[in-house]
Write a protein that binds this ligand. Structure first.
Ligand SMILES: *[C@@H]1O[C@H](CO)[C@@H](O)[C@H](O)[C@H]1NC(C)=O
Ligand SMILES: *[C@@H]1O[C@H](CO)[C@@H](O)[C@H](O)[C@H]1NC(C)=O
Ligand SMILES: *[C@@H]1O[C@H](CO)[C@@H](O)[C@H](O)[C@H]1NC(C)=O
Ligand SMILES: *[C@@H]1O[C@H](CO)[C@@H](O)[C@H](O)[C@H]1NC(C)=O
Ligand SMILES: *[C@@H]1O[C@H](CO)[C@@H](O)[C@H](O)[C@H]1NC(C)=O
Ligand SMILES: *[C@@H]1O[C@H](CO)[C@@H](O)[C@H](O)[C@H]1NC(C)=O
Ligand SMILES: *[C@@H]1O[C@H](CO)[C@@H](O)[C@H](O)[C@H]1NC(C)=O
Ligand SMILES: *[C@@H]1O[C@H](CO)[C@@H](O)[C@H](O)[C@H]1NC(C)=O
Ligand SMILES: *[C@@H]1O[C@H](CO)[C@@H](O)[C@H](O)[C@H]1NC(C)=O
Length: 364
């Protein structure tokens, strides 16, 4: 648009004026050009633009021209656009007012003033500014780990908005890319989360939109815990797996596929998100042994072995070594909990810990 030469730009209005006999045909273009003053006005989309023009003499012939044609010739309005009016606060003013300016109003405007002796034109370049606005952004996506992902963010505005992408990570570390297209090759599970597109230009506040990327991956066992139990008491085994989508859990006894455990055999399986608990309400001899926790989602399956040990002596508590591992499970009943205070208080916990450690080592 701007690439056109100034001579070109003037060609059409001048031709029109000549056709209208507002300009003498012989007038050299050069003398017009040399008197032109170019002014720039910048207006935000939707605002009112006033393009000033003044005459020296009331008898002058005046006209306002657009790139594409005559807007006003004297007091006669040629343009059909209702947003366009003359502004005459004095008899010598011949300004043009454009309401609700839009992007198509952008461009050069010419005020032509012709007296008996000479013609003077003044050109005004109207620049319409538009705040940044994101018009299209990728919708939320779910992909498998290792896939190539392309996110797109399209924004409009004048001047052309700058696009930046960032990954809104939980650790608040932010990565920025300055492209409409964000390509992630071989996406990893750490790269899942929200991505924010930001469109900025100097006109107004940035426009921002977010897209969520979910990365699926197969289960991995993050925690599994063997445990000790006393016959006639409660016991539990715990297994934790990380996976997207969330894993399904199954429990097996002695690693045999046929011994799939369900909640009927005095056992209860409690699944909470990424964690599975196998609860035994009343431990009997056959509950001791090797268990397998199997975590499955649509991308894969994994398992781990846990052991339910028989507590060697009911008078030995492993409470000290167990403390903090599970807050929900507490042993009840006499004989199992030993509380020491007084003189034996210092020696007893050490002795208990040594005994527990010894027991654990024996079974491995
Ligand atoms: C510019 O216009 C003035 C009158 O406003 C005139 O006297 C002058 O000769 C013009 N300049 C040129 C270079 O034509
Ligand atoms: C007016 O704006 C036009 C287009 O943006 C630019 O080419 C020209 O240099 C500007 N002129 C002035 C005097 O700023
Ligand atoms: C100027 O011309 C364009 C076409 O080039 C037109 O769309 C626009 O409405 C015109 N502006 C005014 C203020 O008449
Ligand atoms: C948004 O972009 C996508 C991908 O480029 C395209 O398929 C879709 O038609 C676009 N939507 C709009 C409203 O432009
Ligand atoms: C991802 O892109 C790379 C490089 O363009 C290509 O070599 C690879 O095959 C693509 N992977 C997938 C899963 O499309
Ligand atoms: C556990 O089972 C045994 C044998 O069946 C029974 O005697 C005992 O009362 C049960 N204990 C509890 C707490 O249910
Ligand atoms: C556990 O995994 C191993 C090897 O991955 C497999 O051989 C075994 O059958 C699995 N056990 C169960 C109960 O799924
Ligand atoms: C439990 O079973 C698994 C699978 O058969 C085996 O690898 C593991 O050694 C067993 N653990 C114990 C303590 O026997
Ligand atoms: C500590 O032991 C004494 C008896 O030896 C008992 O009277 C006291 O209540 C015990 N304190 C606690 C906190 O159990």
């Amino acid at each position: 648009m701007v690439g056109r030469s100034q001579a070109d730009r003037n060609q059409l209005p001048l031709l029109l004026l000549r056709l209208l006999c507002l300009l003498p045909t012989g007038l050299p273009v050069r003398s017009v050009d040399s008197n032109r003053s170019t002014d720039n006005i910048t207006v935000r989309q939707g605002d009112t633009a006033i393009l000033r023009c003044f005459v020296e003499d009331k008898s002058s012939k005046v006209a306002w021209l657009n790139r594409s044609g005559i807007i006003f010739a004297g007091q006669d309005k040629w343009s059909l656009d209702p947003r366009v009016e003359l502004e005459k606060r004095s008899s010598l003013e011949y300004s043009l007012r454009i309401q609700k300016v839009d992007t198509y109003d952008d461009g050069p405007y010419t005020c032509s003033v012709q007296t008996q002796h000479h013609t003077k034109t003044s050109q005004v370049y109207l620049t319409v500014q538009v705040p940044p606005k994101i018009s299209n952004i990728s919708s939320d996506v779910t992909v498998n780990e290792g896939s190539n992902v392309t996110l797109v963010c399209i924004a409009n505005g004048r001047p052309e908005p700058m696009i930046t992408w960032r990954h809104l990570t939980p650790t608040a570390r932010e990565f920025e890319w300055g492209e409409e297209y964000l390509e992630i090759q071989g996406i990893t599970r750490e790269q899942s989360g929200k991505y924010e597109c930001k469109a900025t230009n100097e006109i107004a506040a940035a426009d921002m939109k977010q897209v969520r990327v979910t990365v699926n991956y197969p289960p991995i066992i993050t925690e599994s815990k063997s445990n000790e139990a006393t016959t006639g008491k409660q016991a539990y085994l715990r297994c934790e797996a990380s996976a997207v989508p969330s894993p399904d859990f199954e429990w097996y006894k002695d690693d045999t596929r046929t011994h799939r455990i369900n909640s009927a055999q005095g056992l209860e399986i409690k699944n909470i998100g990424s964690r599975s608990m196998l609860m035994v309400a009343n431990v009997t001899e056959e509950h001791y042994g090797n268990y397998t926790c199997v975590a499955t989602n649509k991308l894969g399956v994994t398992n781990t072995s846990l052991y339910l040990y028989k507590r060697v002596s009911p008078t030995i508590s492993i409470r000290a070594s167990e403390r903090g591992s599970n807050a929900h499970f507490k042993q009840k009943g006499p004989g199992t909990v030993i509380v020491d205070n007084g003189t034996n208080g210092l020696a007893a916990p050490l002795w208990l810990m040594a005994a527990s450690l010894f027991c654990l080592l024996c079974k491995c």
